[in-house]
Design a protein around this ligand. Structure first.
Ligand SMILES: Cc1ncc(COP(=O)(O)O)c(C=O)c1O
Length: 365
């Protein structure tokens, strides 16, 4: 694939774009994942021809045959990252190469083709340049959420890897994921269902993992919780992750610990948080963590904070972890809590208000 000439993107402008007034209204209160920009990216892949036909086209519905493999076998992977408006008006994204590589990792597991990293990053540049006005203003805790995804796109009911695939990128203005980012979120500890098993797709960002998390998520909601925490499928002892976020625990001596597992997503936010800690001289550990360690540590005051981390919610303190037989109460959050300080640091870098010492930002427009 590397010996091919780079793909040239064609651009077909939307002839019926959202009016300035309507867009301003949407950006004033964007919610999350409900409104979309005027364009999208599509790139085709075939087993014989590789990647081709890279294009920016008007955002709109797809027309697919009901026999398309995507409807039957879930051969699909996706990513999630954001574009941030800086004070000088420029638009940047955060560590896009990591998302590109994770998409390759996910694609490999789902027997989909690996999109070259440069093509992934260029797709972000192409879309954000065309839809730049959709990136919310600086300093409002808003961003443009970017959703790259790849689907099997072949009309065939046999169970095999698709030979025709489509990569797409859509974008959606986003406000804060949780209405008040400083308010601790309550979490339901799921023990009946697993999210992913050993050798399964847990470390891939594929739709099936999220489908499997929805029933437990309903149970969580019925128990007054916003997120669900999964344990490992084999022993049901080790903390894995939330339906859509990694977990970080802070110990009384300041050590920051995050669970290590082959069946969780390699979070860009978590990796960045650990790097920031290491640079500040804070001890970090990525290792297996049992639910008993968390439970006993919190009860004895050894664990002082529990945090959910991911692109959507950035860094959110966890309040109560609920289970039918016990609850884990985490201490109240203060302005000086680790979660609040690291959140300010990370969002500061993303929004261009703190120096980008690690070279994490990538200018899109
Ligand atoms: C299952 C899961 N874990 C963790 C994360 C956090 O990853 P990131 O920080 O790269 O957004 C996400 C969100 O993408 C997720 O869906």
């Amino acid at each position: 694939m590397t010996d091919r000439a780079p793909l040239e993107f064609t651009i077909e402008h939307n002839q019926n774009p959202t009016s300035d007034a309507e867009r301003a209204e949407i950006l004033a209160n964007p919610g999350f994942g409900v409104r979309f920009t005027d364009h999208m990216v599509m790139i085709d892949w075939t087993v014989d021809g590789g990647w081709r036909n890279a294009r920016v086209v008007p955002y709109g519905p797809l027309s697919l045959n009901p026999a398309n493999a995507i409807f039957h076998y879930g051969q699909e992977v996706f990513e999630g990252l954001k574009a941030y408006r800086h004070e000088d008006g420029s638009v940047h994204t955060f560590r896009p190469e990591k998302n590109a590589k994770r998409l390759q990792h996910s694609a490999h597991r789902l027997a989909l083709p690996e999109l070259p990293v440069e093509l992934f990053v260029e797709s972000l540049e192409q879309l954000v340049r065309v839809d730049e006005q959709w990136v919310p203003a600086h300093g409002e805790d808003k961003s443009l959420y970017l959703r790259p995804f790849m689907i099997a796109n072949e009309d065939f009911l046999g169970v095999r890897a698709a030979e025709t695939v489509t990569y797409m990128l859509i974008a959606s203005p986003a406000g804060a994921y949780f209405s008040d980012p400083t308010r601790p979120v309550d979490i339901w500890l799921e023990t009946e269902y697993s999210r992913a098993g050993r050798g399964g797709t847990g470390s891939a960002k594929c739709g099936g993992n999220y489908a499997a998390s929805l029933l437990p998520q309903l149970t969580a909601a019925a128990n007054g919780c916003e997120q669900v925490l999964f344990l490992d499928a084999c022993s049901e002892k080790f903390v894995e992750e939330l339906g859509g976020m990694n977990i970080v625990l802070v110990y009384e001596d300041g050590t920051v610990v995050t669970p290590e597992s082959d069946s969780i997503l390699d979070s860009v936010t978590n990796d960045s948080l650990l790097q920031l800690c290491a640079a500040a001289g804070v001890k970090t550990e990525r290792r297996p963590v049992t639910i008993d360690e968390w439970r006993e540590g919190a009860a004895a005051g050894r664990i002082t904070e529990a945090i959910a981390v991911g692109t959507a919610a950035v860094v959110s303190p966890i309040g109560t972890l609920k289970h039918p037989e016990f609850t884990i109460e985490n201490p109240p959050v203060t302005a000086d809590s680790f979660s609040m300080r690291i959140r300010a640091k990370l969002t500061g870098i993303q929004n261009g208000d703190e120096p980008d010492e690690f070279g994490w930002l990538h200018r899109l427009a």
